[in-house]
Design a protein around this ligand. Structure first.
Ligand code: ZN
Length: 150
């Protein structure tokens, strides 16, 4: 295992042990439930936007493997960064998806800790686990900020 791989492993373990954003999802503008039947992972994500269009609040509940849990945690940290609006959130989701579809390609810097999932791209079954929370976030964004609504 390379130094980078063991560093990534640490990041994933950390996030699966102390997941960020796991909590009560009542009171959010929208919620979305997403299931990954091949592994049994389940997540319900709640999201609200501030009047200026930035992501105001995000939380999730669910049960899943360590990859889906860590992924939900890392995603929460990334999307809750100050000033992240619907458009930049969408772009981050797209970058995460394309990283998981491109094994061996260096992930963009914007992904931060989420780059730790790049090794998952080699395992087709695990890609769905890692992608699950991001798909739920995408669905929430679609309802909060429908396309064509500028
Ligand atoms: Zn899973």
């Amino acid at each position: 295992m390379s130094d980078l791989e063991s560093l990534y492993r640490e990041v994933l373990l950390d996030h699966s042990r102390r997941p960020e954003g796991r909590g009560d999802i009542s009171g959010f503008a929208v919620t979305h439930h997403e299931l990954n039947p091949s592994c049994g992972d389940e997540i319900t994500l709640g999201m609200s936007l501030a009047p200026d269009g930035t992501i105001d609040a995000l939380a999730w509940e669910g049960q899943g493997c360590s990859i889906s849990t860590a992924s939900a945690s890392v995603m929460t940290g990334l999307l809750m960064e100050e000033g992240t609006d619907a458009a930049s959130a969408r772009s981050l989701i797209e970058q995460f998806r394309s990283m998981l579809r491109s094994p061996g390609v260096e992930p963009p810097e914007e992904l931060g800790d989420a780059a730790a999932f790049q090794g998952v791209a080699r395992y087709v079954m695990r890609v769905k686990c890692a992608m699950l929370p991001w798909v739920a976030a995408e669905a929430c964004l679609l309802r909060l900020d429908p396309p064509g609504d500028s």
